[in-house]
Design a protein around this ligand. Structure first.
Ligand code: NAD
Length: 528
């Protein structure tokens, strides 16, 4: 079977179907000069775009949305062929959330970025007012991974464009065709030239983008990918003092309390661990179940896992397809082998599947695990569900937080108040009670992690605010009255400043009103 290789001699990258090994297309291997030119074109196009109304920008986004809707199946098949996931999953986990997000930000960006007045307390009584407006950053560089090659970059492209920016998108070298389809959709939607530039290539192309810097018009890098690359991106951006958002890996825990609905929790666990062949940053990577219900829960998990259909994703009604690349498959094998060497037990699955000719790994359930194992510490990013028991809530929280990562987590319980209480104790960007994985699909809610899972947010208003520069505009409506704190620092001024310290800083209008005689005296002093 072929492997995905770069062919610098022809300046192309080749995209292969990971389920079959067949070549499905090629994309240019863009050079650093080409990346720089793309940023230049984006920079030149951005001011005219920023001068359009939100309504005009929304019109283009909604046109693009119509094109996606008309080509759902074709796009779903392309994503499936390039990643190895079932087309149904491409539809449910990538295209549906993308359409929803396009609609949401087309309709609501104007409101979300509305200038807002700030209550400045007693300064307001001095004829002052303050307002924050949100200006586009210019050109946003988006660097994206292969696991959700449509949903991840599309969301950031739409939000960046709606905020008035231009975009240069550098997709994963494993999934360039899906990103090129995003470009084609916007081109057909009549997005003015230069506003969405797609540069394809490997890490060197991504590095070239991080090296462009704000002097050349790049306002921010939105990076989604591994922790190791995220650190490289942050270091490169720091040289230019260029801000970044880093959406990195996860080792997301699922806690099943003794009062949970076991059937639902078991189904959620296997979907959370095996959807996208386990290659979601928010996959359930560790499951902690209360010891009193562990036997029954594990039985249900194994039963549900055995009922899954794994096959070439081109076939109908497939639940689990191929993994997207061989390196990731090897990591899964290494983690399972390390765990087995330390006493773990595989209850079902456990091996690479050679039947279909692509990179398949069986959905795997493992018990007898502990935190000495790579499987419980490092990101596995494959279809493996390790299950461990706990005795008390405190122990469950301690285990969940015993990780360098903090992207998402979930708690399963029949008692919502207890779920919320425990959720607050977990170190993660998102904690779900009785849900797993899916909140990336909610356009309105923020997405992002803590600890080594990165910083900054995408999605929701918090994500939109990452794509703009807030500007504070302060107005003094009484310019003929000199400020009390201006020169000259006379003896009277010193006395007034003391009084300001004692009274004005209390925030009390009554206390401040006692300053009036001193203020008037100071004003008179300087009028002469
Ligand atoms: P990766 O870090 O290998 O690559 C991500 C992107 O960075 C690719 O486009 C790649 O070409 C580019 N790149 C590589 N070297 C670069 C460099 N030096 N400078 C700039 N760009 C460079 O990650 P991956 O294997 O494509 O994706 C899997 C990882 O992504 C997993 O760790 C997963 O958890 C993470 N991920 C996180 C989220 C999230 O929202 N937090 C979402 C999806 C995936």
């Amino acid at each position: 079977m072929s492997t995905r290789t770069l062919r610098p001699e022809t300046a192309e990258i080749i995209s292969y179907n990971p389920a079959t090994g067949e070549e499905i297309g090629r994309a240019p291997l863009n050079t650093p000069e080409e990346v720089r030119s793309a940023v230049g074109r984006a920079r030149a196009a951005q001011p005219a775009w920023a001068s359009l109304s939100f309504r005009d920008r929304a019109h283009i986004v909604l046109q693009a949305r119509k094109i996606v809707l008309a080509e759902l199946d074709e796009i779903g098949k392309l994503i499936s062929r390039e990643t190895g996931k079932p087309a149904a999953e491409a539809l449910s986990m990538e295209i549906v959330p993308g359409l929803d997000l396009m609609h949401y930000f087309a309709r609501h960006t104007a409101r979300l970025l509305q200038p807002n007045r700030i209550d400045i307390g007693q300064y307001g009584f001095m004829g002052r007012s303050s307002q924050v407006i949100y200006k586009p950053l210019g050109v946003i560089g988006i660097i994206s991974p292969w696991n959700f090659p449509w949903a991840t970059p599309l969301a950031e492209v739409v939000m960046a464009l709606m905020a008035g920016n231009a975009v240069v998108l550098k997709p994963s070298e494993l999934t360039p065709l899906t990103a090129m389809k995003i470009g084609e959709v916007f081109q057909r939607a009549q997005l003015p030239k230069g506003l969405l530039e797609i540069v394809t290539g490997d890490g060197a192309t991504g590095a070239a983008l991080t090296d462009v810097g704000p002097e050349a018009g790049l306002g921010k890098i939105m990076f989604t990918g591994s922790v190791a690359t995220g650190k490289r991106v942050a270091a490169a951006a720091a040289k230019h003092l260029m801000p970044t958002v880093l959406e990195l890996g996860g080792k997301d825990p699922m806690i099943v309390l003794e009062d949970a609905n076991l059937q639902s929790a078991a189904r959620a666990a296997i979907w959370g661990a095996f959807c996208n062949a386990g290659q979601a940053c928010a996959s359930v990577e560790r499951c902690y179940v209360h010891e009193s219900i562990a036997t029954r829960f594990i039985e249900l998990v194994v039963k549900e896992t055995l009922a899954l259909k794994q096959d070439n994703p081109a076939e109908k009604e497939v639940d689990v397809g191929a993994m997207s690349n061989e390196r990731q498959l090897q990591i899964v094998e290494e983690h399972i082998s390390d765990a087995l060497g330390r006493g773990a037990r595989v209850l079902t699955g456990g091996k690479r599947l050679k039947t279909f000719g692509g990179w398949f790994h069986e959905p795997t359930v493992v018990t007898n695990v502990d935190h000495s194992m790579d499987l419980m510490r490092d990101e596995t990013f494959g279809p493996v569900l390790p299950i461990m028991t706990f005795k008390t809530d405190d122990e469950a929280i301690k285990l969940a937080n015993d990780s360098i990562y903090g992207l998402t987590a979930s708690i399963w319980t029949g008692n919502i108040a207890r779920g919320r209480r425990l959720a607050e104790q977990i170190e993660a960007g998102t904690v779900m009670v009785n849900e797993v994985v899916y909140t990336h699909a909610i356009a309105q809610t923020p997405w992002g992690g803590v600890k080594q899972s990165g910083y900054g947010r995408t999605h929701g208003r918090l994500g939109l605010l990452e794509l703009v520069s807030p500007q504070h505009i302060h107005v003094n409506r009484l310019p003929f009255v000199p400020d009390a704190w201006w020169f000259r620092y006379s003896t009277g001024a010193g006395l007034l400043f003391r009084s300001l310290a004692k009274r004005f800083t209390t925030g009390s209008i009554l206390q401040s009103s006692l300053l009036l005689p001193q203020m008037i005296k100071r004003w008179r002093e300087r009028r002469d």
